[in-house]
Unconditional design. Structure first.
Length: 255
C-alpha cells in the first residue's frame, strides 16, 4: 500500500512521520522491519531519537543505529548494505586531485588557502573547464540523462560550455571509472549503481521516505527497488520545497 504525505512548510509532515513510526512500533512491528529514509544525517539521527523515545529507550546514537538499522540516509543504507569500508570511499577533496594529476585534468581545490573566513569568502574560486566537465558527468549519472541530451540543454552562458562535448565527457567517464577501479575506490554513484544491480534489499513492513522531493533519479531507483519488498510505503515531501534541483533532484518523481 502506497501513501503520500504532501504539503507546504509548517504543515507537520515530519511530525506526522514521527507519529506514524511511533504507531508502527506501538503495534509491535519489529524495528528491523521499519525503514525511515531521510535526506540528511541530522534528520536520520532525529528520527532514531524519536523512535527510541517512543519505546522509552535511552541510548547513544551508535546504539540507536543498531536498534534501528534502516533509519538512515539512502547513502548510509547502501554503504551498510554493500559493507563498504572507509578506505574504499572516493573522497573528492583528496582523490579528485590525484586522478587529475594522473590524467592531466585540473580541478579547483575545494578549500582555498586563506588564513581567515573573511578572506575565504571574498575570493570566488576560478572555475576550470574540468570542473564543469566532472560536474556535468556526475549530473548525468545521478539523473540518468543521456550525455547528448545534457549537452544540448546546457545554457549558452555556462562557463566553458564549448568544452563540454560528448567525446570529452565519454573520455572523462572512462578514465575516471578505470582510475577508481585501479585504486579500489567507489564514489556515491557507484554505491547506488552496485546496490541496484547486485544486491537484494531487506523485506519491510513499513518504508518511509522523508523529503522525497530532493531525491534524484538514481536515488529514486533505490526507493523503487525497496518498494517491491515493502508492504506499506509512505513518501513525505513537497515539490515546491525542492532545493537540490541544481544537483539533479527531480521533484516531479514525487507526484
Amino acid at each position: 500500500m502506497n501513501h503520500l504525505i504532501f504539503g507546504p512548510p509548517g504543515t507537520g509532515k515530519t511530525t506526522t512521520l514521527s507519529l506514524e513510526v511511533k504507531k508502527c512500533l506501538s503495534e509491535g512491528t519489529p524495528r528491523d522491519r521499519i525503514a525511515a529514509i531521510t535526506y540528511t544525517r541530522t534528520a536520520a539521527k532525529r528520527a532514531r531519537y524519536k523512535a527510541a523515545q517512543a519505546l522509552g529507550i535511552e541510548a547513544s546514537d551508535e546504539e540507536m543505529k543498531e536498534m534501528f538499522p534502516y533509519f538512515r540516509t539512502i547513502h548510509a543504507f547502501v554503504k551498510q548494505l554493500l559493507k563498504i569500508k572507509d578506505d574504499e570511499i572516493f573522497q573528492e577533496k583528496d582523490h579528485l586531485h590525484l586522478f587529475g594529476k594522473d590524467h592531466n585534468y585540473y580541478f579547483t581545490p575545494l578549500a582555498q588557502k586563506k588564513s581567515t573566513v573573511e578572506e575565504l569568502m571574498s575570493v570566488k574560486p576560478k572555475v576550470t573547464p574540468d570542473d564543469v566537465l566532472v560536474n556535468t558527468y556526475n549530473y548525468s549519472r545521478k539523473t540518468k540523462y543521456d550525455l547528448s541530451d545534457i549537452i544540448s540543454s546546457l545554457p549558452s552562458d555556462v562557463e566553458h560550455a564549448d568544452y563540454i562535448t560528448y567525446d570529452n565527457l565519454y573520455e572523462f567517464g572512462y578514465k575516471f571509472s578505470e582510475w577508481k577501479k585501479e585504486h579500489a575506490l567507489l564514489d556515491f554513484n557507484d554505491w547506488l549503481e552496485q546496490a541496484l544491480s547486485q544486491y537484494s534489499f531487506p523485506e519491510l513492513d513499513y518504508l518511509f521516505v522523508d523529503e522525497a522531493q530532493d531525491c534524484y533519479q538514481l536515488q529514486w531507483d533505490i526507493i523503487k527497488k525497496w518498494e517491491k519488498v515493502a508492504v506499506n510505503v509512505t513518501k513525505i515531501g513537497d515539490d515546491d520545497q525542492a532545493i537540490f534541483v541544481w544537483d539533479g533532484a527531480n521533484p516531479n518523481l514525487l507526484l
